[in-house]
Write a new protein. Structure first.
Length: 133
């Protein structure tokens, strides 16, 4: 089954449609690459997907181990490189402080998040720094 369709809209913008749900995401090139930065750039989505995937996997882990994931917030910083232009580093600062876990449970939930599919896909290609607060 097709995961998504992508349509070029002109002016460095795309419309991405999720096949199953019909949800749409628009992208725009960033200011430093001839765009208007009026929405996420494709590389912004990659960096943001890392935190989103981590939280999804943490939620699955918690559900499977009788824990409650009440709160998870992340700030994501994407650092670009040139020659070739690519994502060099993603910094993810994660706040899990409003959860009622033991220190052992906390470490296990964090390990589950760090092993998410997006992190594993980027591993070896993009430097990833996780900062848990």
């Amino acid at each position: 089954m097709v995961t998504s369709t992508v349509e070029y809209l002109g002016e460095l913008r795309t419309k991405c449609t999720h096949t199953f749900s019909g949800t749409e995401i628009y992208t725009d090139a960033p200011l430093d690459n001839k765009g208007k930065a009026e929405t996420f750039s494709p590389t912004d989505l990659v960096a943001t997907s890392l935190a989103s995937c981590m939280f999804t996997i943490m939620g699955i882990y918690c559900n499977e181990h009788g824990l409650t994931l009440k709160s998870a917030k992340a700030s994501v910083v994407k650092i670009m490189a040139s020659n070739p232009r690519r994502i060099q580093k993603i910094e993810v600062q994660i706040d899990l402080n409003d959860n009622d876990w033991s220190e052992t449970e906390r470490k296990k939930v964090m390990a589950a998040g760090r092993a998410c599919p997006v992190a594993k896909t980027l591993e070896g290609n993009v430097e990833i720094e996780f900062i848990f607060i």
